[in-house]
Design a protein around this ligand. Structure first.
Ligand code: SF4
Length: 135
C-alpha cells in the first residue's frame, strides 16, 4: 500500500481511483490496504466493484470499506442479465444486460454512458445502481 500510494503521488494523485480493474479482494484483510490508501490520499475517492458480497466471510470487511466517507463498495451482479444486487451495508449494485438490446430494461437505476469522460456516478452517487453495456 505504501508503494502504491508513493507511485500515485509521484504521478500526481488522481481524484478518482477504481480498485481492481479485474480482480477482487483475496482475503478480508485486503480491506485494510484500501482503507490505508484512502487515509493516505485525502482528496481521492475510491470505487470498489466486487463479487465478494456473496461470501459471508467478507461481510464485515466490505461494510467497513463502504462506511469510509470516500470509498464506495458496489456489489456486482453474478451473471449478465441479473438485476443489480441490493446488499445491506453496501452502496447500490451494478449489472450488465445479457444482450445490449436490453439496455435500460430496468436492471438498474442508471445506464452507464460509457467512457467515463465527465461522468463520476460510480464514485459520487452511491444511491444509484448502475447498468453497464458491453462494447
Ligand atoms: S456510470 Fe459513469 S462513472 Fe460509472 S463507468 Fe459509466 S461513465 Fe464511468
Amino acid at each position: 500500500m505504501v508503494v502504491l500510494a508513493a507511485a500515485l503521488e509521484s504521478e500526481g494523485a488522481p481524484s478518482y481511483f477504481r480498485c481492481y480493474d479485474s480482480g477482487d479482494l483475496t482475503v478480508p484483510e485486503d480491506a485494510l490496504t484500501w482503507l490505508g490508501l484512502a487515509d493516505r490520499m485525502p482528496r481521492m475517492r475510491l470505487w470498489l466493484p466486487t463479487r465478494n458480497w456473496i461470501l459471508p466471510e467478507f461481510d464485515s470487511a466490505l461494510a467497513a470499506l463502504n462506511a469510509h466517507p470516500r470509498i464506495i463498495v458496489r456489489p456486482s451482479a453474478m451473471c449478465f442479465g441479473d438485476k443489480s444486487p441490493e446488499v445491506s451495508g453496501l452502496s447500490a449494485g451494478t449489472t450488465s444486460p445479457d444482450d445490449n438490446k436490453m439496455l435500460g430494461a430496468g436492471l438498474a437505476d442508471y445506464t452507464c454512458p460509457g467512457g467515463c469522460g465527465a461522468c463520476r456516478v460510480c464514485w459520487d452517487r452511491p444511491e444509484l445502481s448502475v447498468e453497464y453495456h458491453r462494447k
